[in-house]
Design a protein around this ligand. Structure first.
Ligand code: ATP
Length: 230
């Protein structure tokens, strides 16, 4: 149901080797919502996503994922509806684009509905696709599986703004049509706020701003100043 909380962090601290990088974060993602997690390099965005996904153990606080505090073991989570797109590309270079889609959990047709650009690339070896096309392939495969929660870490790193808009539009559509709740880390502040419902800004491991995207759009300069300040 739209609005129902699918992912929540309460006072979540996370880090490496017992040393915290993020401090007592409160975050919430509802079904059908696109939520942006913004901040400069090193602010702790990836650490937060890894911890929410359960790849990294938290150092304090709680994560509620689909209402559970004890998320299933990592290998079962995707079956239960958690999708995680890490910063590194996750395609199989030797296989065709089509076979990459077939390896996903969802129907190839639905993947192509989300990203029709892939139709003309199906027979091509995934490793020969451009960086942007590879990200489209990754996202299409993930969205076709109709996850309940999507965590995406800087999918657009190094990609042209036009491709980034396409990726973000596909996520927006999945949120609207399938009630997927998405938490996305993104450097292109204006682009991501254009499709978001809510945004959080992280600075040096602490949340320094948050609010509805409409309000955050009017504060873009202030958000970007946090990037410059590191
Ligand atoms: P970026 O956009 O550069 O990925 P980020 O906001 O995602 O930035 P993180 O990758 O979460 O930031 O890094 C936050 C801090 O944690 C940084 O100071 C970084 O050096 C540190 N860090 C990241 N990965 C590790 C690790 N595996 N071991 C120890 N420290 C790490």
């Amino acid at each position: 149901r739209a609005g129902e909380t699918v992912l929540e962090a309460r006072k979540l601290s996370a880090g490496y080797g017992g040393v915290p990088v993020t401090h007592e974060l409160d975050l919430r993602v509802g079904a059908g919502e696109v939520v942006a997690l913004l901040g400069a390099n090193g602010a702790g965005k990836s650490t937060t996503l890894l911890t929410l996904a359960g790849v990294l153990g938290g150092l304090g606080g709680e994560v509620f994922w689909l209402g559970r505090t004890d998320p299933a073991p990592l290998h079962l989570r995707s079956r239960l509806g958690l999708a995680f797109i890490p910063e590194t590309r996750s395609i199989i270079a030797e296989l065709s684009a089509e076979d990459n889609l077939r390896l996903g959990r969802g129907p190839v047709d639905l993947a192509l509905e989300y990203v029709p650009e892939l139709k003309k690339l199906l027979k091509r070896r995934a490793g020969l696709l451009s960086g942007g096309e590879q990200q489209m392939l990754t996202l299409a495969r993930v969205l076709a599986a109709r996850p309940k929660v999507l965590l995406a870490d800087e999918m657009s790193l190094g990609l042209a703004p036009l491709i980034v808009e396409r990726l973000l539009a596909a996520i927006r559509r999945a949120a609207d049509e399938e009630a997927i709740g998405a938490l996305i880390v993104e450097q292109q502040v204006r682009n991501v706020l254009a499709v978001s419902d809510h945004a959080y800004v992280l600075r040096r491991g602490r949340l320094v701003m948050s609010g509805p995207a409409g309000e955050m759009r009017t504060r873009t300069d202030e958000i970007e100043s946090h990037y410059l300040a590191g």
